[in-house]
Design a protein around this ligand. Sequence first.
Ligand code: PLP
Length: 284
Amino acid sequence: RTVYVNGEYLPEDQASVSIFDRGFLMADGVYEVVSVLNGKLLDFDGHMARLQRSLAALEIANPLAENEYLDAHRALVDRNAISDGLVYLQVTRGNPGDRDFAYPSEDTPPTVVMFTQAKPGLADAPAATTGWKIVSVEDLRWGRRDIKTVQLLYPSMAKMEAKSRGADDAWLTEDGFVTEGTSNNAYIVKDGVIVTRELSHDILHGITRAAVLRFAAEAQMKVEERSFTIAEAQEADEAFVTSASAFVMPVVEIDGKPVGTGKVGAIATRLREIYLEESRKAAV
Ligand code: PLP
């Protein structure tokens, strides 16, 4: 695989980053994941806009312009012959040459890393027709989940907890309400109304969420942005999650209880079709 590090394209075994990099020592960095279908990038502008917001929130100067990120994404997709897969992009505060809690001076350049992951058949995941099983896990993450930082230890622990309980993913709960999945936004559908938590510092502002809510509105579906509990989700007609790599993924079981009929729902399935169709059309 060819990867990108600070302007260079290198074989992955020749790419390196300093042990003093703030990303490595302090999780002081942000990331984005863009899906690739048929060699084209989905929702690219949305992901770049969020990258800019994440960097601004951490006062890291964006080292590249959007067209430079686009060129690099395309170069990696090309060089690695990715038809279906992902491009991972990470920007950290860089290498101050030593360890210190205070941010380094502004002449320390951020570290930019990009690599691809091939995922043949990404849009045809069998799970889309069988649905995911979810367990609830308390949300113990920090208070700025709207910043897409590389600080992923707690979601990783929650994912392992889900796996150990025979589930596909965890929905994180705080004060009795679902915040989001370990790496996706969470939704329920009751009496034809799609419900998903409102935007705040408590959740990541999903790029797929924004697109799906737009498509739902265009299809005259009703949407309510508000918090919901696990109990409400278990009584819902349908449930699903959204993310750049899972698109729209139905949820059929929550903490051992079937959601609705226990089969993938019609609204989730329809939204997945619309999302895939529309984002393929707009892909760059
Ligand atoms: N919420 C969290 C915590 C995530 O990590 C992600 C994606 O990685 C999402 C939601 C979904 O965001 P997006 O649709 O932009 O991929």
